[in-house]
Write a protein that binds this ligand. Structure first.
Ligand code: GLU
Length: 493
């Protein structure tokens, strides 16, 4: 048996360091066993998936040096590797389950489902919705069919509470409760599969032998195990890795730490160092060495050495490690890396149109462009004090802009400008005053070229990170109450 592992990201946002961490462990496990590591794109959420995010997944995993043997961009014998291109396959398997009685068409409306859930909650019942709860008489079904109402396909699950045992490579046998497992939708009314169906069908058809994924999927394991049984397929071995955490032990989230892979590239981390650091998340080399290459890790890999205590993703530690990697480079290699990173013709050509009109001598270039090549800018409170906006209004402008820019899908000049304009309008603030704090947060000054152009050049990750940095620098970590208040005001705009 050839070991086959996979990473199966959904292209619904900027690729996360957590995805790289899971990919790394899958790759090492496969290589250690002379097996293969593949990439599958789980884009069944048609509303949120984009080709840009998919491309960003390819680019950022490749930048790190995590190569896959099969995938949407490189092909392979088990393709297509993009779930949106496999619709017929899932439909066929869902219908097969209905035919043999392991799944059923459900005509319940969203309103009814809500009512059912509400009633239960009111009765203090937190168990899941079971097939019997959703049952409709044949007559009622016929009526709804005749009225052209749509249906979904749901899987049957045990009606009674009771233990469901799932084996995990790291955790041994885990006990979960059937009471929490609902009659999961497998095929939505638009004919698209849910994650659970597509994931199980694909892992089987793609001959995946080991599913190594984040621990947030443990609760899905009973459904998956049951689906494998229904289909009569061997189940891959499951391994749930611990989630990455912020230094305060909370789940790694962009509110507290930058989480996108490309942010780290932009910040000038070396891919070797980031990969090395991710390799140390819950795992260590048998000789205890802190600095190691991907090859070192693959040669020494043993998944049983993963420790389950939540690994802390600490940027200070990462910076320290990156420093080791930088100092290990020969001058020649470092020069090449810096050249590739930003000191190249392409970058110059994109920056110069903005700085040239403000230059008298060539020496003017460096100070004008310095903020584009920097990491986080030192927080200078007095620069904010000199602005027209102050107090709550200043805070709202920074926070609301951040939220708006986080939701922006296309990072172009027009999109950013329109976002800022409409936000300024709805907050009834003059555009000039509105942009001033953004200027300080993004460029460190108000006497530079357009902050919109600066954001385009800096890219979404660094721009958002600077806004976040300014917010926490000025106001500290916001409490839940404060955030709620801001969210309310934001929603009412
Ligand atoms: N599409 C899922 C994700 O985005 C994959 C989870 C799994 O590996 O099964 O994480």
């Amino acid at each position: 048996m050839t070991v086959r592992t996979r990473i199966a990201p959904s292209p619904t946002g900027d690729p996360h360091v957590g995805t790289a961490y899971i990919a790394l462990f899958n790759l090492c496990f496969a290589r250690q066993h002379g097996g293969e590591f593949i990439l599958r794109i789980e884009d069944t959420d048609q509303l949120r998936s984009t080709t840009e995010f998919e491309q960003a997944i390819f680019d950022s995993l490749r930048w790190l040096g995590l190569d896959w043997a099969e995938g949407p961009d490189v092909g392979g014998e088990y393709g297509p590797y993009r779930q949106s291109e496999r619709g017929d396959i899932y439909r066929q398997y869902a219908e097969q389950l209905v035919e043999v009685g392991h799944a059923f068409y459900c005509y319940r409306t969203p309103v009814e489902l809500n009512e059912l859930r509400e009633t239960r909650r009111a009765e203090g019942d937190f168990t899941a919705l079971k097939p019997s709860d959703l049952l409709l008489s044949d007559e009622e079904i016929a009526k709804r069919q005749a009225a052209g109402m749509t249906s979904v396909i749901r899987m049957k699950v045990p009606e009674e509470n009771g233990p469901c045992l799932v084996d995990d490579m790291l955790r041994g046998t885990i006990e979960l409760d059937w009471g929490q497992v609902d009659a999961q939708v497998l095929l939505k009314s638009d004919g698209m599969p849910t994650y659970h169906l597509a994931n199980v069908v694909d892992d089987h058809l793609m001959n995946i032998t080991h599913v190594i994924r984040g621990e947030e999927w443990i609760n899905s394991a009973p459904k998956h195990q049951l689906l494998y049984q229904y289909f009569g397929w061997d189940m891959p071995q499951l391994c749930h890795l611990p989630l990455l955490r912020n230094p305060d032990k909370s789940k790694l989230s962009k509110r507290k730490n930058p989480t996108t892979i490309m942010y780290y590239e932009r910040m000038g981390f070396l891919p070797e160092a980031l990969l090395n650091y991710l390799g140390r998340m819950g795992w260590s080399m048998s000789n205890g060495r802190e600095q190691f290459t991907l090859d070192d890790m693959m040669a020494d890999f043993d998944i049983q050495r993963v420790s389950l205590g939540g690994p802390i993703f600490d940027i200070e530690k990462l910076s320290w490690l990156n420093g080791l990697w930088i100092r290990d480079c020969s001058t020649e290699v470092l020069a090449e890396k810096i050249h590739q990173w930003a000191f190249n013709r392409e970058t110059l050509l994109s920056v110069l149109p903005h700085t040239q009109p403000r230059m008298e001598t060539l020496t003017d270039f460096t100070p004008l462009a310095a903020f584009l090549l920097s990491g986080m800018l030192p927080l200078e409170r007095d620069k904010y004090d000199q602005l027209k906006l102050e107090g709550d209004q200043l805070k709202s402008v920074l926070q609301f802009s951040l939220w708006k820019l986080e939701a922006l899908r296309e990072w172009g000049r027009d999109q950013i400008l329109n976002t800022c304009k409409s936000l300024a309008d709805s907050m009834e603030i003059k555009l000039k005053d509105f942009l001033a704090p953004l200027f300080v947060a993004i460029s460190g000054t108000t006497v530079s070229f357009s902050v919109i152009d600066a954001m385009v050049l800096l890219g979404p990750d660094m721009s958002r990170a600077r806004l976040r940095y300014a917010l926490t620098g000025l106001y500290g970590e916001m409490g839940k109450k404060q955030l709620k208040k801001l969210e309310k005001a934001y929603r009412s705009l």
